[in-house]
Each structure stands twice: as C-alpha cells, then as structure tokens.
Design a protein around this ligand. Structure first.
Ligand SMILES: *[C@@H]1O[C@H](CO)[C@@H](O)[C@H](O)[C@H]1NC(C)=O
Ligand SMILES: *[C@@H]1O[C@H](CO)[C@@H](O)[C@H](O)[C@H]1NC(C)=O
Ligand SMILES: *[C@@H]1O[C@H](CO)[C@@H](O)[C@H](O)[C@H]1NC(C)=O
Ligand SMILES: *[C@@H]1O[C@H](CO)[C@@H](O)[C@H](O)[C@H]1NC(C)=O
Ligand SMILES: *[C@@H]1O[C@H](CO)[C@@H](O)[C@H](O)[C@H]1NC(C)=O
Ligand SMILES: *[C@@H]1O[C@H](CO)[C@@H](O)[C@H](O)[C@H]1NC(C)=O
Ligand SMILES: *[C@@H]1O[C@H](CO)[C@@H](O)[C@H](O)[C@H]1NC(C)=O
Ligand SMILES: *[C@@H]1O[C@H](CO)[C@@H](O)[C@H](O)[C@H]1NC(C)=O
Ligand SMILES: CC(=O)N[C@H]1CO[C@H](CO)[C@@H](O)[C@@H]1O
Length: 447
C-alpha cells in the first residue's frame, strides 16, 4: 500500500511543480501559496529633522501564527537615522547615544530590533493594535488580531518624499528563525477613511516589505508527529521512534522526564531555567506534540474519525493552536464536534484540506503536558462510493500540520491493515466486507 500513496503524492508534487514553476528550495507552502507577513510603513507627518511613521505588521498567513514571546522586527537604517521616540513598541537596546546632548533618542543603533509592548501598557504609550506582547493570530482564526502596529518618530532622516531613504535588510523573528523578508517597495500612499466614512486622509509616503516563512529555515528537527489506529485492527501505529530526537542521552537535548517520575512535580515547578527550553515527557518519539488519528466507526453512509492532540512539553501551553489536515474525504465532511473548521482551498477544485482549531474559552488552549495536556474532536465524513475504502490506508490523513509545522507520519507500509488485506483472496475481501458491515449494523443500533 505504501508505494501507491507515495506515488500519488509524488505525482501531485510534480503536477504542482510543473503547473506553478515552483522550486522546492524556495520558501513556499503548497497549502498557503500566497501566505505572507506584510510590514507596511506609513509616513504620517514630517518633523523638523525626519518623520513620524506608523508601522503595521499584517499576518496574511492562513494558519501560521506567532505566539508568545512574540515577534521581533529588525532593519538597518540607510543613513544615520535615530529613533527619537516610540509608541506601542520599543527597541530592545538603546545603543550608543553618547553624541547627543539635551534630548536623548530612544534608540541610536544602526540596526534596531523592535518588540511589542505587553498588555496592560499605560494608555499614553499605546497605539491602535499594539501591546499584545507580540502575539499575532493567524488570518483564518482571528483576523482582528492578525495585525500589530507601533509608531516611530525618526530623526536625522529625510523630510520629503524625495530625501527619505528606505531602511534595508528587514528581519522578522518569531522569535526564532523561519522568516525571510524582501526589499521594501514604494507603494501607493495608504488612504485612511474616518470611522464615519465622511473624510479620507492619506499617508505622505508608504512602503511595504513582504516576509515569507520556510520550515526549512526555522528548524532542523521536527516538532510534531502522527500516530494512527483503527477499529478494524488492534495495532496502534505509533510515531516513528526518534522522530524529534532520541532519549537516553545525558545531554540536555535528549533529556526528558518520565510521567511517573517521583521528581516530576518539583522539576516541573522549578522554572528558573529559561521558559523556552522545553521539558519533555519521555516518549519513544520525543516530539513535543503528537496528533493521533483513530478511524473510530463505520456506518452505512458515513464514517467517523477521532483526532487527539497531545502536548508532551511540561513548559509550554499552546494558545490558539491549529491543525491543517489533508484527506480526500474533506470535501464531504458532514459534521465536526468541538473544533472550529474551515476548508482551505489553495487551488480551485481541490477541497481536500481543512483547517481545525479550538473553540474559544473551551479548548483553544492546549495545556502543558499532564492530565489536561490534550484536546480532541470527532469528524463525521459522508462516504463517496466511488472513492471510499478502508483498504490501502485510504482512511488515514495524507498530511498534518500543527501550528503550521509539518507533523511526521509513520511510513505508509506500517499503517494498520484491513484483516488479511495482504492476501488478495476472495475470502479475505469477503471477510473484510462482512466485518465492516457487521460493525456498521452494530453502530446503527448505537443511539
Ligand atoms: C501577501 O498576502 C496578501 C494577502 O493574501 C496578498 O494580497 C499579497 O499578494 C501577498 N504578497 C506577496 C508578495 O505574495
Ligand atoms: C501593502 O501592504 C498592505 C497591507 O499591509 C496591503 O493592503 C497593500 O495591498 C500592499 N500594497 C502592495 C502594492 O502590495
Ligand atoms: C512625492 O510627492 C510628489 C508630490 O508632492 C508626488 O508627485 C510623488 O509621487 C511622491 N513620490 C512618492 C514616492 O510618493
Ligand atoms: C542584515 O542583517 C543580518 C542579521 O541582522 C546581518 O547578519 C547582515 O549582515 C545584514 N546585512 C546587511 C547588508 O546589513
Ligand atoms: C499553562 O496555563 C495554566 C492555566 O492558565 C497555568 O496554570 C500554567 O502555569 C501554564 N503553564 C505554562 C508552562 O505556562
Ligand atoms: C469544501 O467542502 C466543505 C465540506 O463538505 C464544504 O462545506 C465547502 O463548501 C467546500 N468548499 C468548496 C470551495 O468547495
Ligand atoms: C462529495 O463532495 C463532492 C464535491 O463537493 C460532490 O460532488 C459529491 O457528490 C459528494 N458526495 C457525497 C456522497 O455527498
Ligand atoms: C494490523 O496492521 C498491522 C500493520 O500495522 C499488520 O502487521 C497486522 O497484521 C494487522 N492485523 C491484522 C489482524 O490484520
Ligand atoms: C480472519 C482471518 O482470516 N485471518 C487469517 C489471516 O491470514 C492468516 C494467514 O496469513 C491466517 O492464519 C488467519 O486465520
């Protein structure tokens, strides 16, 4: 069964490559082909030695978000510009301002790094869309919070649209690597329409910078894996061993703690170490996150899947997590329980990909490892007689992303089999059919 699946995906990739002329080394995501983060600079007014600009970060990515501790934006000034003051954001370092007397700039570095302010910042330090600790929601989950903004007052800069030099070398960290930003491009000055729509103003000058994400740049090791099971076979196919690392090492990278360890409570509550170093529960795969796909029930017209996402990191809560799942039956998804759902249709006519995420205040927080460190949902699919089968691993997902990162699947030849599907004999096929019918009729009796 394995070769068929991988052949199909190879053919699809080839098709995408030839149709869209994409090289696989580029930062390109087939499921979100135009996804990007756009940084827009609007010069709102001129000052005696520079300008005041509003910088807006729009997350146009369907499912990739930036969670705490938030984004970090950097650039290199073209000349000797300084930042006199900021609202709604701050630079991480002031740099050397020793040449200034009297008023001291907020930042004198040639390559400043900006971070968002924290929630609860006093009103006189705020701007619209600031002060969320650098958290940017994904476009699909929460477009209102997919934007972040701050204001900079720039000095020793040009004071007309002919003399301003655009900053160079934009960098966006989330806060780790992964994003690559292009050159700033002058665009038509932004128009701002007043809330009552009776007056429009416009920026003096506007430029855009587009940043795209590449998982390849972001990290070397995977962070998520997929395990599989089904009602028709007792075997639970676990994540491949050592998917995200191997335990047993004494080094920090392979360290983990057993969930039954007597020291667990004290190690977990001991938070003196950087909050960002994961503390993993020991597993054979050592992934911080596992997605389990269980083919649960078979009805006459429908079939049912249970998805469980488990967090194995004792030091991480995932807020606003999301899942992207590819399976050919998503075009006939009938019902989904306790998760939000939106079809992703990157290509016209292809409706096999779904984005799933938690329900606000119910399960949008995937808690740290432990008894509450999981979220689950069930999906009900309507069978399309022309394609539906439990054979050849068809009922399992083709691809899963957690928070935009690819989850490693078990090899297709390890998928749970239909009983005796290896021997293509009439009896085994009949047996399989009978078993499926039997379970179907049983389930119909279920209320
Ligand atoms: C960035 O995303 C926006 C919104 O989807 C899209 O209009 C724009 O063309 C994208 N930019 C690039 C350079 O892909
Ligand atoms: C510049 O970015 C804004 C959003 O930040 C977008 O609405 C606008 O279309 C972009 N302009 C161009 C020419 O890409
Ligand atoms: C600069 O301003 C002039 C008019 O004041 C305008 O014609 C020109 O398009 C502007 N250039 C840019 C890059 O915005
Ligand atoms: C661009 O920024 C990166 C990282 O901040 C730095 O390593 C690189 O030297 C910079 N390039 C230029 C031309 O300033
Ligand atoms: C996760 O959230 C819970 C409840 O809000 C909190 O008690 C716990 O300290 C958080 N854990 C981490 C690692 O932030
Ligand atoms: C994709 O399938 C879902 C579930 O059947 C349906 O609700 C949605 O309208 C479809 N979308 C498109 C673009 O066909
Ligand atoms: C499944 O969805 C496709 C495309 O939306 C539709 O043509 C087909 O009739 C559906 N099948 C069933 C059994 O509902
Ligand atoms: C269940 O699937 C496994 C492959 O994961 C296979 O080795 C085993 O024989 C199957 N069990 C039955 C009863 O078919
Ligand atoms: C249920 C069933 O038919 N099981 C058979 C599967 O095939 C093996 C031999 O490969 C038989 O021993 C089982 O009885």
């Amino acid at each position: 069964m394995g070769p068929l699946l991988s052949m199909a995906s190879a053919i699809i990739s080839l098709f995408l490559l030839s149709c869209f002329g994409i090289s696989s080394t580029e930062a390109y995501d087939a499921l979100d082909p135009i996804g990007n983060i756009t940084i827009k600079w609007d010069i709102m007014s001129w000052t005696t030695d520079g300008y005041v600009a509003t910088v807006t970060i729009h997350n146009f990515q369907q499912y990739r978000h930036i969670q705490a501790p938030g984004w970090q934006l950097g650039w290199t000034w073209a000349k000797k510009e300084v930042i006199w003051s900021m609202l709604g954001g701050q630079t991480t370092e002031q740099g050397d301002c020793s040449r200034f007397h009297g008023s001291i700039p907020h930042c004198c570095k040639r390559d400043p790094t900006i971070v968002d302010l924290l929630p609860g910042t006093s009103y006189n330090q705020q701007t619209a869309n600031c002060c969320r600790g650098g958290v940017l929601s994904s476009w699909v989950q929460d477009p209102l919070n997919a934007v972040s903004a701050f204001q900079v007052t720039v000095g020793l800069a040009g004071t007309t649209n002919k003399t301003v030099r655009l900053p160079k070398n934009f960098t966006l960290r989330a806060p780790g690597p992964g994003y690559t930003c292009g050159y700033p491009k002058l665009v038509r000055p932004t128009r701002f329409v007043s809330p009552d729509k009776r007056r429009a103003t416009q920026a003096m000058m506007t430029w855009n910078v587009t940043c795209t994400y590449s998982q390849f740049l972001a990290q070397k090791t995977p962070t998520c894996c997929v395990s599989l099971s089904s009602f028709y076979n007792d075997t639970v196919v676990n994540c491949p061993p050592c998917t995200c690392g191997c335990q047993h090492k004494t080094t920090d990278s392979g360290s983990c703690i057993r969930s039954d360890s007597p020291h667990l409570a004290s190690v977990v509550s001991h938070r003196s170490k950087s909050v960002n170093t994961p503390l993993l529960q020991c597993t054979s795969h050592m992934c911080p996150v596992r997605v389990h796909w269980h083919v649960k029930l078979n009805y006459k017209e429908y079939w049912r899947v249970k998805i469980t996402i488990t967090n194995f990191n004792y030091r991480m809560n995932f807020t606003q997590w999301n899942l992207v799942v590819q399976h050919p039956n998503f075009d006939n998804l009938t019902q989904i329980f306790s998760f939000n759902y939106k079809p992703l249709t990157p290509y016209a006519g292809l409706n096999d990909t779904a984005m799933l995420w938690g329900v606000r205040y119910y399960n949008d927080l995937l808690m740290e490892a432990g008894p509450f460190g999981n979220v689950q949902s069930e999906l009900l699919f309507r069978k399309d007689k022309s394609s539906f089968t439990f054979d050849k691993g068809w009922a399992f997902p083709r691809r899963i992303y957690f928070n935009g990162d690819d989850c490693v699947m078990p090899p297709p030849d390890a998928y749970p089999w239909l009983p005796n599907s290896s021997q293509r004999s009439v009896t085994s096929t009949l047996y399989a059919a009978a078993m499926i019918l039997a379970s179907g009729s049983l389930l119909w009796a279920y209320p």
